[in-house]
Design a protein around this ligand. Sequence first.
Ligand code: CP
Length: 324
Amino acid sequence: PRHLISAADLTRDDAVLILDTAEEMARVADRPIKKLPTLRGRTVVNLFFEDSTRTRISFEAAAKRLSADVINFSAKGSSVSKGESLKDTALTLEAMGADAVVIRHGASGAPYRLATSGWIDSAVVNAGDGTHEHPTQALLDAFTMRRRLVGPDAGIGRDLDGRRITIVGDILHSRVARSNVHLLHTLGAHVTLVAPPTLVPVGVEQWPCDVSYRLDDVLPKSDAVMMLRVQRERMNAAYFPTEREYSRRYGLDGERMARMPEHAIVMHPGPMVRGMEITAAVADSDRCTAVEQVANGVSTRMAVLYLLLGGSETALPSAAARTE
Ligand code: CP
């Protein structure tokens, strides 16, 4: 089976195919019956070792809209707390007949280990691993940017060539930032990272993007500004910046948003900490796509499951629409 472990593995053709397929899937969501028979009889397991709201729910919705059976596994309340290993957990899932395993794990590299271990035959989808990658988040973000910045129909096959995307906040711990940098570069966009110096990863010079410490200088040159949460749970309490000092320098409020071009959008992968990286007024404004990103996540994840599990040609949404 094929896997989706890293946005860095995707060619431009791969990424455009997923985004175009997601557009087809989004049309299903607009229909009175939001379901396709494509993955009937297939089993998708959501294997979550870390907390999640959006990713877990949207993978579940995506699999159900494709008529797959879904098994939700959460490490909390499972035998992981008794010391069971990833291997034995994986073998248990294999025994349940999983066709795809969607895994979120605190350890960077856990999805790669699962995909290459030989323990299971299923397709593996990375739903966020440690500080490494979150490829379906980057795909749904790119989908949102194409819709908002390129045009309402996204223009099948069109991409983000020349768009200027700014990613602001805790880059050091952000798998969302890493996946977005890779995918946006592949799609021809120009990425600038803005963060306090202590929250920029070592080796960032090797990444295909620019780095700036001055948010106010970058905002007027941005088509999209993606705000990130400061990941308190991944840092020593002594290094955690105070809300006041952080939001003064790196938070997005109404005054700062006014520096952005009129067409520019504000993005946030969630979860948001209102008052820290983004004010409530900005989060609730028309320019903020956070809720739209969640809805787009279902279509994007439908596309990923469909392409990985090889849904039949006749069950493509356009074909299904013709037979109604
Ligand atoms: N964006 C995102 O991954 O959110 P969750 O942690 O709620 O899944």
